[in-house]
Design a binder for this molecule. Structure first.
Ligand SMILES: [Zn+2]
Length: 165
């Protein structure tokens, strides 16, 4: 009976580090089972039962661990992404347009790679960064379809103004 003890050591050493560890362990136990089918081990059913049970346990535990690790990694990445987005949002400064509307202004010092821009205050409250688009006089938030006035409206040419000239 040849049990590959050096393989066992290797697998144990790499278990939990590589994603393929479950497969290697299963392969290892397949070869163990093969070794147990030699004539001198035929009577030793206790060993075979133990190996079978161990195989099942290792397979279950390892698969669950791999799954949990993947889920944990995904959750950590999502938390990191949200924290980064929140931090970025908090760096924006409240700003009043010439026309008297309140928006948020980009922090120029913290975003030297981005052009100066404004974001929607309604979306800001919801934790979203929505850059206002449009010309100098007015800009629009696409998600909430709100229009923000920036420049003061030009004086309307009334008859009184016309006569005063
Ligand atoms: Zn908005």
């Amino acid at each position: 009976m040849q049990i590959p003890f050096d393989q066992i050591e290797n697998v144990i050493r790499t278990a939990g580090l590589a994603g393929q560890s479950a497969t290697s362990l299963v392969n290892l136990f397949q070869s163990l089972k093969g070794a147990l089918k030699t004539p001198e081990a035929d009577r030793d059913t206790q060993i075979e039962t133990a190996v079978l049970r161990l195989e099942g346990e290792v397979k279950n535990t390892q698969l669950q661990n791999d799954l949990l690790q993947a889920q944990l990694m995904g959750l950590n990445q999502e938390i990191e992404r949200r924290q980064k987005a929140q931090e970025e949002l908090r760096s924006y400064v409240m700003h009043q347009t010439e026309a008297g509307w309140i928006v948020y202004r980009s922090p120029e010092a913290e975003q030297p790679d981005q052009p100066p821009h404004f974001i929607c205050p309604t979306c800001y409250e919801r934790g979203l960064r929505s850059v206002l688009q449009g010309g100098e006089n007015q800009k629009r938030c696409k998600p909430c379809r709100e229009t923000f006035l920036f420049a003061k409206p030009a004086p309307v040419a009334t008859t009184a103004n016309f006569l005063r000239r």
